[in-house]
Design a protein around this ligand. Structure first.
Ligand SMILES: *Cc1c(COP(=O)(O)O)cnc(C)c1O
Length: 402
């Protein structure tokens, strides 16, 4: 028989298995909440979700999605420029713009598509993208897709970025700096004020991915931009509807001309079906709740403070964090998997995050406003029992800022 053209697939999977990089999805049952049934087993305490404010299972979001479905049906039936737009799409975009203090916003079908489509529309082969080494996959792939030259700078290292800007910027037409605001797999924040300064000095655009900042950071939950007091400044604010907002979709918020341009040039917006009325209505309701109920954010940050001080007391090594994302360092992918299994056996659901997603293996914990102090105490006791014996000398964890 001739050489099997698909034979490499199985070999490639075997390589993943050998490296302990292999992954499979788990099935969770019921509505999102602080405890969930995973893979049909017993109920586990859920420290793995991006539902930071506990809105994904909120009755009001569900009612809004159901009402929108009754009014407009399940599918949007076409792309935004043809038959896909309903009043809800523009209503949501206006609400995002008001929330983010920008002139306008554009909603994509996912955050990933927002990053792919907007970066590829903003820069091209004559241009330069500076990308933080720890950026989310969607930012990295957007930069790749654009055909621009991509220069990575060391994680949050403004001195490295400044040197590279001075060295390379003038050789290119347009330039774009892209960064996560809250680093999704680490939990630390980008130095937004320094980034804005460098962007101004070198005449470059700046795009900040607020996937994990929106609803979480800032006095009104508007994100890292609000947290650092620069929400009104001109830069490109990207975010997702799929995390604290409990829905599905992504957006770019910025100047009216930027949004108008993207409506005409972002292929991942133009050539895909508009997001569903249900998703738009749920996100609209979520934005209203985020602004109306700051107590949810206050509870979330109380939970973060409780977990951080508890972890500091145990001496378990964690990565620096200023967000509800807290990572426990592991010596390698095998150790991370063993630890995740140990936690699961003790009733805690928290994933082992391993290469190639991140450079170093870790257990990633995320907190929600819906966790109770007792549940966080339970997590701390399990962590202490599972990891306490493995403690080693470590640097103090950065203090929480919000
Ligand atoms: C989750 C995430 C995205 C993608 O958003 P989706 O709406 O899930 O597609 C983009 N950037 C970052 C930093 C993320 O964490």
């Amino acid at each position: 028989m001739a050489n099997d053209p698909y034979g490499w697939l199985d070999k490639s999977l075997q390589t993943l298995h050998r490296a302990d990089w292999y992954r499979t999805p788990r099935t969770l049952h019921g509505r999102p909440g602080p405890s969930m049934t995973v893979d049909g087993g017993r109920s586990l305490l859920n420290f793995a979700s991006n539902d930071y404010l506990g809105l994904a299972g909120d009755e009001r979001l569900i009612a809004a999605a159901v009402a929108a479905t009754h009014t407009y049906g399940t599918g949007s039936t076409g792309s935004r420029l043809l038959t896909g737009q309903r009043p809800l799409h523009r209503e949501l975009e206006r609400a995002i713009a008001t929330f983010k203090q920008t002139e306008d916003a554009i909603v994509f079908s996912s955050g990933y598509l927002a990053n792919l489509g907007s970066i590829a529309a903003l820069v091209g082969p004559r241009d330069l993208v500076f990308s933080d080494r720890y950026n989310h996959s969607s930012l990295k792939n957007g930069a790749r897709l654009s055909g621009a030259t991509v220069a990575e700078y060391r994680h949050n290292d403004m001195a490295d970025l400044a040197v590279q800007l001075a060295d390379k910027r003038t050789n290119y037409r347009r330039c774009l700096i892209v960064t996560d605001s809250v680093f999704s797999m680490d939990g630390d924040l980008c130095p937004l004020l320094e980034l804005l300064k460098l962007a101004t000095v070198h005449g470059t655009m700046l795009m900040v991915d607020e996937a994990h900042g929106t609803g979480v950071l800032g006095a009104t939950g508007a994100g890292c931009a609000e947290h650092f007091g620069c929400a009104g400044r001109e830069f490109i604010q990207m975010g997702t509807l799929s995390k604290a907002l409990g829905s599905l979709g992504g957006y770019i918020a910025g100047s009216a001309v930027l949004v108008d341009y993207l409506r005409n040039r972002a292929a991942s917006w133009i050539y895909t079906t508009a997001p569903t009325p249900a998703d738009m209505a749920a996100a609209l309701e979520a934005i209203a709740i985020v602004q109306r109920e700051p107590e949810r954010r206050a509870r979330l940050w109380q939970n973060v403070a409780q977990l951080k001080s508890g972890l500091a007391a145990t001496g378990i090594p964690t990565l620096p964090s200023e967000s509800p994302i807290l990572c426990i360092e592991c010596p390698g992918p095998t150790a991370a998997l063993t630890r995740a299994n140990k936690l699961q056996a003790a009733g805690i659901f928290a994933p082992a995050v391993r290469p190639p997603t991140v450079p170093t293996s870790r257990i990633r914990l995320t907190l929600s406003a819906s966790h109770t102090p007792e549940q966080i105490q339970q997590l701390l006791e399990v962590l202490q029992a599972a990891f306490g014996s493995e403690r080693r000398d470590r640097q103090p964890v950065d203090r929480c800022l919000s």
